[in-house]
Design a protein around this ligand. Structure first.
Ligand SMILES: C[S@@+](CC[C@H](N)C(=O)[O-])C[C@H]1O[C@@H](n2cnc3c(N)ncnc32)[C@H](O)[C@@H]1O
Length: 261
């Protein structure tokens, strides 16, 4: 299903979820990475290389590019355009996190809220394999799902209102788990936009993956990572606040070869 927010409604992303709201998570991921990467990679004369899979509008990324040499991947051309405008020196690539192979290695692979779009264990395994294929020995994989089966409670409604110079936008999300026996939850988004003399209502639907903490840990371990789970600060009550840090240690990295900058 096409997600309108990442396609014909992409102009709304910087309004409903502006880059400044990502300052705390930018600092969180910077600190997690700095404290866990081998010191030689942090102080060894070059900045650590970071790949974000599912960068969206690049809002989180904009707080990481001052500290890391980043590259970014996303499925959606309009979202890549937003991210390129914000992160002008960062190479961007269009592709699917389950299959893209850039042929380069990084110290860190980050899959932030885009990992929510992995709907099955097969999807998750594929995204983890992509990450591993882009990591050096001793590299780190950071995964930050919004929900875990262990703590998800629904149905629930989240809403907020934001302004841009041209538009007043109200965002309403209804999130529920209609079939508790599968690995997905459903979100219905409503956007009420008021600008240029027109009041409009747009509807969008998103399906997100929902897995137990044990599944995240199990799939990362299966791929050769040593796993640490961090409970961090969420938002809107119980959204987010989960970071899985996979450390590749001495496990063989992926098949990527060309490591030129
Ligand atoms: C919520 S947005 C990410 C926003 C981002 N964290 C930011 O700071 O702007 C989720 C993104 O995941 C991307 N996405 C979903 N499935 C994907 C996949 N299989 N591969 C790559 N990107 C994907 C969507 O295109 C969308 O841009």
């Amino acid at each position: 299903m096409t997600q309108r927010l990442y396609n014909d409604l992409s102009r709304l992303w910087p309004i409903v979820s502006p880059p400044e709201e990502y300052i705390p998570d930018g600092a969180l991921f910077r600190d997690i990475i700095r404290s866990r990467l081998a010191p030689s990679r942090v102080t060894g004369g070059r900045r650590p290389r970071l790949l974000e899979l599912g960068c969206g509008g690049g809002h989180l990324l904009s707080h990481l590019t001052p500290h890391f040499d980043a590259e970014a991947v996303d499925l959606s051309p309009p979202m890549l355009d937003l991210s390129r405008a914000l992160n002008v020196t960062t190479p961007h690539h269009q592709g699917d996190m389950r299959s893209i192979r850039l042929g380069r290695l990084f110290d860190v692979v980050l899959i932030y809220d885009a990992v929510n779009y992995m709907l099955s264990e097969t999807d998750l395994r594929a995204a983890i394999a992509t990450a591993k294929a882009h990591l050096t020995q001793g590299g780190l994989l950071l995964l930050a799902p919004d929900h875990l089966t262990d703590s998800f409670s629904g149905p629930r409604v989240i809403d907020w209102n934001r302004h841009s110079p041209n538009e007043d936008v109200t965002f309403i999300e209804y999130v529920a788990d209609p079939d508790p026996d599968d690995t997905t939850i459903e979100s219905v988004f409503f956007f009420i936009t008021n600008g240029a003399g027109r009041l409009e209502v747009h509807q969008d639907r998103h399906t997100f993956g929902l897995f137990p903490k044990a599944t995240w840990i199990g799939l990362l371990e299966e791929a050769g990572f040593t796993v640490e789970y961090l409970a961090t600060e969420g938002y809107e009550g119980d959204i987010g606040g989960h970071v899985f840090v996979g450390d590749l240690g001495d496990a063989a990295p992926g098949a990527a070869i060309d490591n030129r900058p």
